[in-house]
Design a protein around this ligand. Structure first.
Ligand SMILES: NC(=O)c1ccc[n+]([C@@H]2O[C@H](COP(=O)([O-])OP(=O)(O)OC[C@H]3O[C@@H](n4cnc5c(N)ncnc54)[C@H](O)[C@@H]3O)[C@@H](O)[C@H]2O)c1
Length: 272
């Protein structure tokens, strides 16, 4: 069956790494892009480059610089997207969010135990990490579903990592957020399926990938070394690997695939 609706992708974390590569790849595949990101002065030049790459693909970039975990900002961003959808509708088109990608990297990288309490994670840091990297998925999907942005065929992807079931000394808060995120994916997949929504939800477990978020992890050199040594395909994952997988999984034929953790890692996970 042909889908003549206007396909949009909402990328949470569109200005860097996996989100950036996927936004550009989806633009090249004919999607219009709504991008949420959190960037300050020094990084704004790069955001313009991402938007230019989307425009160069013949698409459109509706970007909002905001904290994706802020309820009021989320409501404001969705009003902006609804207004843009209304313009398409006025022109006789039928826009919908074919793809939603949760690709936010914003976590505390402190151990749980340290001799000096200042060197250990605080309640505030733990909750902020959980809120941005896991729980925000639920709040966005709640509003997107109620707001009518999701329709049969919509596909939601949340970026997870091996950290959901493995330990790294400074990754404790992010590990717990990834475990929660995978649980949220299962729950959303089940609830949306039971409603007959036609919306699927899956987690994408990328292998170790060179991005600004990876380089912030204090143990990144050891993580990179282990990735190259372990990966049966002999190299690290790239943002392009993730982008291509999401473009493919967003295509036709994946409507019965929901509630999974899908590895995009060249088999890295199975060697751990
Ligand atoms: N890099 C890896 O090795 C790797 C592996 C597996 C999974 N992941 C996951 O993939 C996702 C993306 O990571 P990445 O490596 O591409 O990171 P990145 O640092 O390159 O990009 C992160 C993006 O999130 C945005 N962002 C961060 N906090 C935000 C907030 N509060 N509100 C709005 N936007 C915010 C940034 O602006 C940026 O666009 C993360 O969930 C990460 O845990 C990364």
């Amino acid at each position: 069956m042909t889908d003549d609706r206007e396909r949009w992708a909402l990328i949470l974390g569109a200005s860097s790494g996996m989100g950036e590569a996927t936004a550009i790849a989806l633009a090249r595949a004919g999607y219009r892009i709504a991008g949420i990101h959190l960037d300050f002065r020094a990084a704004l030049g790069h955001v313009e480059e991402v938007k230019a790459a989307i425009a160069a693909a013949g698409s459109e970039a509706l970007f909002v610089n905001m904290n994706a975990a802020d309820d009021e900002k989320r409501a404001e961003a969705l009003r902006t997207l609804a207004a843009r959808f209304e313009r398409s509708q006025a022109d006789g088109r039928h826009p919908y969010l074919r793809v939603v990608m949760h690709s936010l990297a914003f976590g505390s990288l402190l151990p749980f135990i340290a001799d000096d309490p200042k060197g250990a994670i605080s309640r505030k840091q733990m909750e902020m990490t959980q809120d941005v990297m896991a729980n925000s998925l639920v709040y966005w999907v709640q509003d997107l579903y109620r707001g009518g942005f999701l329709e049969p065929g919509s596909k939601i992807f949340a970026m997870t990592s091996e950290g959901s079931s493995r330990v790294v000394p400074t990754y404790g808060a992010v590990s717990s957020a990834k475990a929660a995120l995978e649980s949220h994916v299962r729950q959303l997949a089940m609830e949306l399926a039971r409603r007959g929504s036609g919306v699927t939800v899956n987690a994408i477990r990328a292998g170790v990938t060179l991005t600004p978020a990876l380089m912030k992890i204090p143990e990144h050199e050891a993580i990179i070394e282990a990735s190259i040594r372990r990966n049966p395909m002999g190299r690290m994952t790239t943002t392009q690997d993730v982008a291509e997988a999401i473009v493919a999984l967003s295509g036709d034929g994946f409507d019965f695939v929901t509630g999974n953790v899908i590895g995009v890692d060249g088999g890295e996970f199975i060697t751990g």
